[in-house]
Write a protein that binds this ligand. Structure first.
Ligand code: AHG
Ligand code: MN
Ligand code: MN
Length: 335
C-alpha cells in the first residue's frame, strides 16, 4: 500500500458505514449503531492512554486474569469502558472480553439483540508503562438462527468465517482504527480537534510479500523444528535480507505487517503448546482483516477462520501476513 495514499478526507467512519450500508439493501442501520459504541469507547480509551503517566492509570491492579496474567489498571479501564458503551446499544446481547472469565449477557438474544461482541480491550498490556503502542481488537458475530437464546456458548463458539465485522484500534503517535464488514478493509485516523475518525485509506491491500518477520526469538529453542528451520533460512543471504521487527503488541506488529507486508508468527512453545494468542478476540478478527486485504492467516494446520472454537479463551498458534510469506513459513512448518 502506498503511504502517500494516506490523505485524511473529511469522511468520518460513521459516514463511511452509512454509505456502505446504503449499498446493502437489507442493511438496517443496526451495525452502524453498534459500531458507534465501539468508536466512542476507543475515543475514551485513547484519551486515557494519552494521559497515562499524568493520572494514576499506570501499573497493575494487583489482580490476575483468567489467563494467569497480571492485570494492568488500563486493562480494567478499557474493559469497563467498552462494556459500558456497548451496554447502551440494545442490539447487543452478549459481550466476551479477554478480561472477563465468563460472557456478559446484556440482553437475551432475540431479533433485536442479535449481536455478540468479542474483544481484547487492551492488547499489549506489557507495553503500557513504557509508552509503546497498544491497542483494542474487536470481533462481531450475529446470533445463530434457530438456536435457543439460552444456549449462549453455541452462539459464541462460531468459526471466524461467520464474523460480520472485525477491527482494531491502535493507540500510538496517532489513534488509528481499521475495520472490515466483509467489504474491504478501511482505515481511519482520530482527529482530536473534532473528535471523529477520518477516512485515510480505503480498500487496503496487504503487499503480497514483504521481507519483515515478526516473532519473539527468545523462545526459539521452544519452537517446533520447522519454525527453527525457517528462522535459520531468513538469516541466509539467499533469503535476500529480512529484517526482524517485534513490538510485543500484536495489534502494532499486525498494523505494520498490513502496511509494509511481511509475516507475524506466534508458534506453539513448550510453555504454550497451543500458542499464546486467543482465537476468538485476537486471531479471528485479525484473520478476517488480513484475508479481506488479500493476505493469509493459519494455525499451521488450517485457516484460522475455519477453526471451530471449543472454549471461550482458547489459544491458537498464529502465522499471519502477506500470502507469499505465510506460504513460505508453511513450507518449513505445518502441524
Ligand atoms: P495482551 O496484552 O492482550 O495480553 O496481549 C499480549 C500479546 C500480544 O499483544 C503480543 O503479540 C504477545 O502477547 C507478546 O507475547 P510475548 O511477550 O510472549 O512475546
Ligand atoms: Mn492481546
Ligand atoms: Mn489484552
Amino acid at each position: 500500500m502506498d503511504a502517500s495514499a494516506a490523505k485524511p478526507s473529511i469522511k468520518t467512519i460513521q459516514q463511511h458505514i452509512l454509505e456502505r450500508q446504503r449499498a446493502h439493501p437489507n442493511a438496517t442501520g443496526e451495525f452502524s449503531f453498534l459500531l458507534s459504541a465501539i468508536t466512542l469507547a476507543t475515543k475514551i480509551i485513547a484519551d486515557y492512554v494519552r494521559r497515562a503517566g499524568l493520572v494514576d492509570i499506570l501499573g497493575t491492579t494487583g489482580g490476575i486474569n483468567v489467563h494467569g496474567e497480571v492485570v494492568q489498571k488500563l486493562d480494567v479501564i478499557a474493559n469497563e469502558t467498552i462494556a459500558g458503551c456497548l451496554g447502551y446499544r440494545d442490539n447487543v446481547g452478549i459481550i466476551v472480553s479477554e478480561e472477563d472469565d465468563e460472557p456478559r449477557i446484556l440482553k437475551e438474544l432475540d431479533s433485536r439483540a442479535q449481536y455478540i461482541v468479542l474483544f481484547d480491550p487492551l492488547d499489549g498490556s506489557s507495553n503500557i508503562d513504557v509508552n509503546v503502542s497498544i491497542g483494542t481488537i474487536f470481533s462481531i458475530l450475529q446470533r445463530r438462527e434457530g438456536v435457543d437464546a439460552g444456549r449462549v456458548m453455541d452462539h459464541i463458539l462460531q468459526p471466524g468465517f461467520r464474523q460480520v465485522a472485525a477491527g482494531y484500534v491502535i493507540y500510538s503517535s496517532s489513534t488509528v482504527m481499521t475495520y472490515t464488514t466483509g467489504d474491504g478493509v478501511h482505515m481511519f485516523v482520530l482527529d482530536p480537534s473534532i473528535g471523529a475518525f477520518r477516512l485515510t485509506r480505503e480498500n487496503i491491500k496487504i503487499p503480497k510479500a514483504g521481507k519483515t518477520y515478526s516473532i519473539n526469538e527468545a523462545y526459539r529453542n521452544q519452537f517446533p523444528k520447522g519454525i527453527q528451520d525457517y528462522l535459520d533460512w531468513v538469516k541466509l543471504d539467499e533469503a535476500g535480507g529480512y529484517a526482524l521487527r517485534y513490538i510485543g503488541s500484536l495489534v502494532a506488529d499486525f498494523h505494520r505487517t498490513m502496511i509494509q507486508g511481511g509475516v507475524f508468527l506466534y508458534p506453539p512453545t513448550k510453555k504454550a503448546p497451543e500458542g499464546k494468542l486467543r482465537l476468538l478476540y485476537e486471531a479471528n478478527p485479525l484473520a478476517f482483516l488480513v484475508e479481506q486485504a488479500g493476505g493469509a492467516a493459519t494455525d499451521g494446520r488450517e485457516r484460522i477462520l475455519d477453526k471451530v472454537p471449543t472454549a471461550l479463551h482458547e489459544r491458537t498458534p498464529l502465522i499471519i501476513g502477506s500470502r507469499d510469506e505465510v506460504d513460505r513459513v508453511l513450507s518449513y512448518w505445518s502441524r
